[in-house]
Design a protein around this ligand. Structure first.
Ligand code: C2G
Length: 130
């Protein structure tokens, strides 16, 4: 059984998120998502619209996702890879190279981002809706 591990905020879920999760799951059998807590989002200078428990409930309803764990610190990835015996770490290519230190512990894959969609874009569209 191959375990895949990825992380993110997953706020205002959209097709870019779904496409990442779908392709990540295709790489193995079990997909674990490290979901940024509200506190960690503050560290990432991200203000999510939905709180952690709502974002977790939404992610857990996605057929590609097998488990959601809290992402609380940048530094937890190595211990998570070991704890969950992750075979592959996956992120969108906006993170290209940023997590290459994990190559010592598992395969690292950066997948192309889905173009023309982002949580920021959705927020902006809603804000300026007439
Ligand atoms: N993503 C994508 N295409 C988009 C938007 C997002 O492929 N149009 C991917 C991102 O590359 C990321 C995942 O979807 O792999 C989740 O995106 P975010 O919720 O924006 O995650 P981010 O804030 O980048 O947090 O430690 C890693 C961080 O927690 C990642």
């Amino acid at each position: 059984m191959k375990t895949i591990l990825t992380y993110g905020t997953y706020d205002l879920l959209h097709t870019g998120h779904i496409e990442l999760l779908r392709r990540a799951k295709e790489l193995g059998d079990i997909l674990i998502v490290g979901l940024s807590t509200d506190e960690f989002n503050a560290e990432k200078h991200k203000q999510a619209v939905l709180n952690y428990s709502d974002r977790k409930k939404i992610l857990e309803a996605i057929r590609y996702v097998d488990k959601v764990i809290p992402e609380e610190f940048w530094e937890q990835k190595i211990s998570d890879v070991k704890k969950y015996n992750a075979d592959v770490f996956v992120m969108g290519h906006d993170w290209d190279g940023k997590f290459d230190f994990l190559k010592k512990y598992c395969k690292v894959v950066y997948l192309p981002r889905t173009p023309y969609i982002s949580t920021t874009q959705i927020k902006t569209k809603i804000k300026f809706k007439k």
